[in-house]
Ligand binder design. Structure first.
Ligand code: HEM
Length: 267
């Protein structure tokens, strides 16, 4: 069983179930707990698959251990259970196949991530590691700078919200960011610059911004990017999708590899 077989199965899953966005979020939240500074550790290790404690129970991960992992289950049975690939590498690859299948850049994937053996290998808490959607720039910097990201990287990475949506029963926010939430393009940036948003509180009590005409939404953390120095990158990516894809790819690969040692080019 080769890498091409796994990629083909993932592509079919993404196409038939339209589940690319949640697969991207699965990889992001597995890798995104990594931090340096006051908090340490948190490399991508698929700890979220344990739901007795730890990352699988974090509120920020709502929907991932249930919905995302059920979708991946047949592919997990075929390739992880038989020892071809680790869970953590499969989650990384699934996100990258999803990005490309939805029209985004081709992301290089390296392999060799080790899987957590129990929830004890989770990080202690989501606090300070995963971002909240109802906060602004200081919070984004507090979360992303200790992972080794610049202000520009924060804008490029946030561009992943060009796909997918918020689910009332998961995060409490509600609605898609863009009018074509299954196309990985630069419309997150063009829409953010061109639309007028009004304040709204969801039925779950979460504050968000809504575009009345189309029903698309932005989180407070998304619209915070309209402040300088972030805004110059929003404008750049809105003008030039190629530059967005290039900068996204660099930051995203760094995110997926943060804290990993000895990764290899081949399966
Ligand atoms: C910058 C700070 C960020 C905040 C505050 C944030 C917050 C959120 C929230 C609240 C949701 C909705 C979850 C749900 O209800 O299902 C979400 C979804 C999503 N996020 Fe983020 N996120 C951030 C950064 C990122 C990054 C860095 C990526 C990847 C590079 C990403 C990719 C996604 C995707 C693809 C979805 C859609 C999932 C789906 O449709 O099921 N986000 N994010």
């Amino acid at each position: 069983m080769s890498l091409a077989d796994i990629q083909a199965d993932l592509k079919e899953l993404v196409t038939t179930k339209n589940c690319g966005p949640i697969l991207i979020r699965l990889s992001w939240h597995d890798a995104g707990v990594y931090s340096t500074g006051k908090l340490t550790g948190g490399c991508p290790n698929a700890a979220m698959r344990f739901t007795d404690a730890g990352e699988g129970t974090f509120g920020a991960n709502a929907g991932l251990p249930t919905v995302a992992l059920s979708l991946l289950q047949p592919i997990t049975d075929k390739y992880v259970t038989t020892g071809v690939i680790s869970h953590a590498d499969l989650w990384t690859l699934a996100a990258n196949v999803a990005i490309e299948t939805m029209g985004g850049p081709t992301i290089p994937t390296r392999f060799g991530r080790s899987d957590a053996k129990s929830s004890a290998e989770s990080v202690e808490s989501q606090v300070g590691r995963l971002p909240d959607g109802d906060k602004g720039i200081d919070h984004l910097r507090d979360i992303f700078h200790p992972k080794g990201f610049t202000d520009k990287d924060i804008v490029a990475l946030s561009g992943a919200h060009t796909v997918g949506r918020c689910h009332a029963d998961r995060s409490g926010f509600d609605g898609p960011w863009t009018e074509q939430p299954l196309s990985f393009d630069n419309s997150y940036f063009t829409e953010m610059l061109n639309k007028e948003y009004v304040d709204e509180t969801t039925a779950q009590g979460c504050p968000q911004k809504k575009h009345a005409g189309t029903g698309t939404v932005m989180l407070i953390s998304d619209l915070a990017l309209l402040e300088q120095p972030f805004r110059e990158y929003v404008e750049l990516y809105a003008k030039d999708q190629g530059v967005f894809f290039e900068d996204f790819t660099k930051a995203w690969v760094k995110l997926q590899e943060n804290g990993c040692e000895g990764l290899r080019e081949t399966l």
